[in-house]
Design a protein around this ligand. Structure first.
Ligand SMILES: *Cc1c(COP(=O)(O)O)cnc(C)c1O
Length: 377
């Protein structure tokens, strides 16, 4: 491709956002619009045929036996934890560098999050889990952050050895594989978000639990609908976390294209990986025997603010996932953590930067980003 630079100055200026959800819509526009119309005309809007189909399709996609559609990823996390018996007085092990929703999935139930540092792949450091296990530990919550994959071999062995529940937060890892097996199917429950910006995104809030445990699936089905199996006969105090027909229908459309959506992200990540040559930028790595789905492409640099400002000047938007780790969030001041408690987590929070990554990124957009990065001094 022809260089976009003349004597070091960009002559072509592009405006590139960190994420473009409209591109993902436009690619399958006709199918989305037809589905939306058919749901609107159906007269059935909550927990109907589209939801039942999506649950069947998504279970088949992940390889799990059951899928229960819910209203959000956070609901999937806290409802799974609740139904697995996690509550007041229990400890749940979770990585320090995650989106705060993972931690809220634990604390909503009155349980205590016990933070473990991440490894070089941004995932929970499996070698540092056992030192955090106490007699109060009930579960490990694994987050496949950025669409990369945690060391599930070691983690499942630890959970089996200590009799711990295993919950996977797959909000960023739809389709990601560990030794050919899909994330979300290694433990007791795989919790998914279909928030619009996720790899499998709806057009509003949506989530799901996948599991091979029929009892858990049945309980989740009851719990999401005010604890009732039969209308107006309530067995337990539940929640309203129903998935609606419109979202489920639109998810069915996108799910049919997931192979293409994932392959595209993997190609974009590969191009970043081979195209970024600037010194001082640390690139993300894919663990052996895993396939990442690249929800984010996260680099690290000690010159983050400088780089962000520079890219911003070139019209390229970037994001930080995440600037404040949960243990230092104001919301969790009550846990009594202080700066320095999780040095690796904090180092990542200070240096990570997510480059633009989305369905429908144009080759010239990525080329422009690479050229700008290459000219960063
Ligand atoms: C998005 C996300 C969630 C929460 O999902 P919502 O659907 O927004 O509730 C949980 N965990 C992680 C890691 C996420 O990225």
């Amino acid at each position: 491709m022809m260089s976009l630079f003349r004597k070091g100055r960009a002559v072509i200026y592009m405006k590139i956002m960190p994420n473009r959800m409209d591109y993902g819509f436009l690619r399958y526009q006709e199918e989305f619009e037809q589905k939306a119309l058919s749901v609107l005309r159906s007269g059935r809007y909550v927990l109907g045929e589209e939801v039942a189909n999506f649950e069947k399709n998504f279970a088949a996609y992940t390889g799990a036996e059951h899928c229960v559609g819910l209203a959000s990823g956070l609901d999937a996390l806290w409802i799974a934890a609740r139904l697995l018996g996690i509550g007041q007085g229990d400890e749940v092990i979770v990585q320090g560098n995650t989106y705060i929703a993972s931690v809220m999935g634990i604390t909503i139930n009155g349980a205590l999050p016990v933070f473990v540092e991440p490894d070089a792949y941004y995932q929970i450091d499996a070698d540092r889990i056992e030192e955090k296990i106490t007699e109060k530990t009930k579960a490990v919550m694994v987050v496949h952050l950025y669409g990369l994959v945690a060391d599930m071999g070691k983690i499942t062995r630890i959970c089996q050895k200590h009799g711990l529940k295993l919950i996977e937060d797959c909000a960023q890892s739809h389709g990601a594989l560990y030794r050919g097996k899909m994330t979300g199917t290694f433990g007791d429950a795989g919790c998914f978000s279909f928030y619009p910006s996720k790899n499998l995104g709806a057009f509003g809030d949506a989530g799901a639990i996948v599991t091979n445990n029929a009892e858990l699936a049945g309980n989740a089905r009851i719990f999401r609908n005010y604890g009732s199996e039969k209308r107006y006969y309530n067995k337990v105090v539940g929640a309203n976390s129903r998935l609606d027909e419109l979202q489920a229908g639109l998810l069915n459309v996108r799910l049919a294209h997931m192979a293409e959506i994932t392959a595209e992200r993997r190609m974009l990540a590969e191009r970043y990986g081979s195209g970024i040559t600037a010194r001082g930028l640390l690139l993300p790595m894919e663990r052996e025997n895993t396939e990442s789905v690249w929800h984010q492409y996260v680099i690290r640099t000690h010159r983050r603010q400088e780089l962000m400002d520079y890219l911003n000047e070139k019209g390229i938007g970037t994001l930080i996932h995440y600037p404040v780790p949960p243990h230092l969030a104001q919301a969790y001041a009550g846990l009594g953590h202080k700066k320095g408690d999780l040095p690796v987590t904090e180092e990542y929070a200070d240096t990570v930067l997510s480059l633009p990554m989305y369905t429908g990124m144009k080759p010239e957009e990525q080329q422009y980003i690479l050229e700008c990065l290459g000219a960063f001094r």
